[in-house]
Design a protein around this ligand. Structure first.
Ligand code: NAD
Length: 350
């Protein structure tokens, strides 16, 4: 059925159906030009992209949601499946296409497309393939939405965020990696489970590289505003540092465990990224541990590198990084991760 310029369907004889259904009241004017309309594009409609999309929809974060993938049939199927839930969801326009022009004017572009590691493939080879893929994804996104915030989720997220920054030509505050936002949420869950409290009352940050070499900031852990380590010390309650280290070890292992058990992870990353989308689009100025250009923090110098640090986020992307205290051991771990990532980036030739 043909559509009118306002997007509503035209009936027989070009009758605008929405005009026929609703009669205008007197003395109206077009909507205020200051009204904000928000648009999010999700690139890659796989397990992760669809979990992010559905969480964004249920939480009423945007007016318009675009899905883009390289596989047209699966993409259309996913779009229809979500559209069919409209009667149960807040109103969001959902579109999908393999053509980047559909992303035009996005406020936030979330990139989840990524090649999977094939058996026996080296990490560097996988990265080369992802680099080639990002060369086809980032430039058109930047062209169609020159003012967007880019949020990279594909792995290895820290290197790919750096690649997205380079390929986009954007200022560094508008390129973010989902980084250790997910690791920190896993950590908060495990701490909460350990102490039998609500995970939302646990404040704890994991920073650094997303994954194996992430750094848990023990001194940052507080429950209901009470710093855990000094509280235990003051109460002369014996605690085993090993217990806490095991919780962090469990965080690192938990992604592998989920992948071993169900083949991929999706729900936690979906909620984690939707929380970032809400903070950014609604300019909430919340602090999230995410991958940002980390040079100059905690002695990270040398080549340019993206690592997770607690960052304040809002409409402009990264508004600043908190001046969190790191012990010398924690800062050294961060610098070691930076060095490894810089070496990988040099091998990639970017
Ligand atoms: P998936 O294979 O289910 O989905 C990837 C999708 O990308 C597929 O639908 C594929 O068709 C699409 N795609 C491939 N090439 C494309 C291109 N050039 N343009 C557009 N779309 C393209 O994988 P998944 O389980 O959804 O994981 C996606 C990525 O997210 C992986 O890199 C994974 O490692 C990463 N991930 C990151 C985190 C994190 O915390 N950062 C957590 C989980 C997964």
């Amino acid at each position: 059925m043909p559509k009118s310029s306002s997007g509503s369907y035209l009936g027989p004889g070009g009758l605008d159906l929405s005009q026929a259904f609703f009669k205008s009241i007197l003395h109206t004017a077009p909507p205020s030009p200051t009204k904000r309309h928000t648009k999010i594009s999700v690139i890659g409609a796989g397990n992760v992209g669809m979990a992010i999309a559905q969480t964004i929809l249920t939480q009423d974060i945007t007016d318009e949601l675009v899905l883009l993938d390289a596989v047209p049939d699966k993409l259309r199927g996913e779009m229809l499946d979500l559209q069919h839930a409209a009667a149960f969801l807040p109103r969001t326009k959902i579109h999908a296409s393999t053509d980047y022009s559909i992303t035009v004017g996005s406020d936030l572009c979330i990139v989840t497309a990524g090649a999977r590691q094939s058996e026996g493939e080296s990490r560097l080879n996988l990265l080369q393939r992802n680099l080639a893929m990002f060369k086809g994804i980032i430039p058109p996104l930047a062209r169609y939405s020159p003012h967007t915030v880019l949020l990279v989720v594909s792995n290895p997220v820290d290197v790919l965020t750096y690649i997205a920054w380079k390929l986009s030509g954007f200022p560094s505050n508008r390129v973010i990696g989902s980084g250790t936002n997910l690791d920190s949420s896993r950590f908060r869950f495990l701490m909460a489970d350990h102490l039998d409290v609500n995970a939302q009352d646990v404040q704890a940050y994991i920073v650094g590289e997303h994954g194996d070499s992430s750094v848990a900031l023990w001194s940052s852990i507080s429950i209901g505003g009470v710093p855990v380590l000094s509280f235990l010390e003051k109460q002369q309650i014996e605690y085993e540092k090993e217990t806490l280290e095991n919780i962090h070890k469990h965080v690192v292992e938990s992604a592998y465990e989920v992948i071993r058990l169900k083949g991929y992870t999706c729900w936690a990353i979906g909620y984690s990224v939707a929380s970032l989308a809400r903070t950014i689009l609604r300019d909430q100025k919340k602090i999230h541990p995410v991958s940002v250009l980390a040079n100059g923090f905690h002695g990270v110098y040398g080549g340019q590198v993206f690592l997770s640090l607690p960052a304040q986020l809002g409409r402009g992307g990264v508004l600043g990084v908190t001046n969190v205290h790191l012990t010398e051991e924690e800062a050294q771990k961060l610098r070691d991760s930076a060095k490894t990532i810089i070496e990988v980036q040099a091998e990639l030739g970017i």
